[in-house]
Structure formats: C-alpha cells, structure tokens
Design a protein around this ligand. Structure first.
Ligand code: SF4
Ligand code: SF4
Ligand code: SF4
Ligand code: SF4
Length: 285
C-alpha cells in the first residue's frame, strides 16, 4: 500500500486552487521507517507527505486542535479514521464543507515488527466511508459481518468476577497520564469530567481504584462511538490493552442495539442517543 505520489499531487492541487489552508497527512519521522502526523501549511512542504502501511495514526484527532478549527483542511483517512470523521460530523464538531477528504481503501497498517496490527486483521470497514476522492481498490464487501477479536471473545467467556479481577490487575498499570484520551479523536470535550477528579498522578493520590474508575468512565464515554483506530493504545506509555474495554463494549452494543457499529453510516448517532426503555439491560458488566 503506497499512495505517497497521489496524496502529494492532491495536496499540491488543493493548495494551487486555494481550496485549503492546511493539509493533514503523514511524514517520515527522520530516524527510522516510522511516520508521524504532519500539518502542512506551506505548499513547498508537500513533498514531505507519505502514505504507506506505516501510516498508522488516526489524523481525525487533529481536527480538534486550534491549528485546524475554523480552517479549510485537507485530510487523509483510512476506513477506521473515516468512521470517527463521520461521528465528528454528526456530533457537530467539524463542518463538512471545510474538509477535503482523501479516503483510502485500506489494506492494513503494520506495527514496529512489521506485523499487521490486530485491529487490521479483524477490520470490518477497511474502505473510507466518507471521502471526496477514494484511493485504492474498494474491498467490495457490501454487507457487514461482525468480527470479535479472539482475545475479547476469550474474556467474554470467563465469569464476571474473574473478568473484573483481570481488568483491575491489568489497569493497575495505568499512570493517569491521559495520553489515551488526548489521542482519541472522539474525546474533544473542552472540560473532561475525568479531569474533575482529584485523584490523579500529579497530586500523589493515584490509586488502582482511581485509575480503574477513570478508564471505565472513559470507555463508557466511547461506548458505541469507538472506531477501533487504536490511537489510544499507540499513545499509552504503559502499553495497556485498551481495546479490550472498547471492543467488549462494541460487541455488546452490536448484539443488543440494532447492530450499531460506530460511524459507519453518516448521521447515525451514537448508540446512547438511541436509548429506549425497551432496551435490554441484563448484560451490564
Ligand atoms: S483498522 Fe481497518 S481501516 Fe483501520 S488501519 Fe486497519 S485495516 Fe485500515
Ligand atoms: S478509544 Fe481509542 S480506538 Fe477508540 S476511537 Fe478513541 S483512540 Fe480510537
Ligand atoms: S472521557 Fe468523556 S468527558 Fe472526557 S473528553 Fe472523553 S468523551 Fe469527553
Ligand atoms: S495512556 Fe495509558 S497510562 Fe496513560 S492514562 Fe491512558 S491508559 Fe493510563
């Protein structure tokens, strides 16, 4: 998967036609073969843009910064990223007319060891679902088949008390840095409720229960909204398997709430917006 030339050409043309103020893409980090997000404002810098299977980050996260707010933005999105863009549009965080979307029919991205990432192995929506132009060959899948990750399925099969004990042990390693939240495109709140807690790393009052509580609160705010881009896991210094929380929520919601999968359908609001008193509630963790 290499769309470097096409993306450079598209960005050049958008700048030449005066259609964008900034282009958000990927560039090489300069010291190994990994990439980082880049915000290009000068058309002379378009040659820095790259796109390969190392273009791992979800760039929609950069639509919530002051660098892009109220600007006309060119943006590259893979399938998962495009779902979060759909949600940002539905939740009135960005205006569609301000964004020129270069969609990718994604073949998957790789980790540091060159292995396809787990979310890509189990990807249900590889083609960008919102775009102004689409690069690559569409997967051709016109019906959605839900795929549960093997590790999430294994956890679902153990008793609730054991599952809770497992989560508490694993998430004890959280250092409350909030990198997960800041790297999530769907955590854009100006004031986050989790920041209102006093038990943080910074005031010396971090405890397992406080960290666990913060992560559970966070995961519930992403329930029915998480698009499995794994930006949060890539940012986590403790390498916590955060997808276990999100994918567990996703599978419960898909099964119980009209096969809801976040951001796949434009203007489809999150599962919590569709709350009905008839909804089942016997699955709560
Ligand atoms: S999860 Fe799907 S769309 Fe996202 S990077 Fe992996 S293969 Fe591409
Ligand atoms: S919670 Fe993580 S995987 Fe889900 S949308 Fe946010 S950054 Fe992506
Ligand atoms: S955790 Fe909840 S309140 Fe905090 S930024 Fe995310 S969505 Fe907003
Ligand atoms: S990034 Fe990791 S360590 Fe930091 S708050 Fe999130 S889960 Fe905890």
């Amino acid at each position: 998967m290499n769309y470097t030339k096409q993306i450079q050409d598209i960005a050049s043309q958008l700048f030449a036609e005066g259609k964008i103020d900034v282009f958000v893409g990927y560039r090489l980090n300069g010291f190994d073969d990994n990439q980082v997000p880049v915000l290009i404002k000068d058309p002379q810098d378009v040659h820095k843009l790259v796109f390969t299977d190392k273009s791992v980050f979800n760039l929609v996260n950069y639509l919530k910064t002051d660098h892009t707010r109220r600007k006309r933005v060119g943006l590259v999105v893979k399938g998962c990223d495009s779902r979060s863009l759909n949600l940002m549009l539905t939740e009135n965080q960005v205006k569609r007319e301000n964004i020129y979307v270069v969609g990718i029919c994604c073949e998957g991205v790789t980790d540091d060891a060159g292995q396809k990432m787990q979310n890509c192995v189990d990807c249900m929506v590889p083609d960008a679902v919102v775009s102004d132009e689409l690069l690559g060959t569409a997967s051709g899948a016109d019906t959605l088949t839900y795929k549960m990750n093997a590790d999430v399925a294994a956890l679902s099969n153990i008793p609730l008390t054991e599952r809770a004990a497992y989560f508490e042990e694993v998430f004890e390693n959280c250092i409350r840095c909030n990198a997960c939240r800041h790297s999530c495109p769907l955590c854009y709140c100006a004031k986050c409720c989790i920041d209102q807690e006093t038990a943080t790393l910074y005031n010396g009052a971090n405890t397992t229960s406080a960290a666990f509580h913060a992560l559970m609160t966070w995961s519930l705010h992403l329930a029915g909204r998480c698009v499995d881009c794994r930006n949060c896991e890539k940012a986590c210094p403790s390498h916590l398997p955060l997808h276990l929380l999100h994918k567990q929520n996703e599978s419960v919601i898909f099964e119980n709430f009209q096969e809801h999968l976040a951001g796949v359908i434009p203007e489809d609001r999150g599962a919590f917006y569709k709350y009905s008193l008839k909804d089942p509630d016997d699955f709560i963790m």
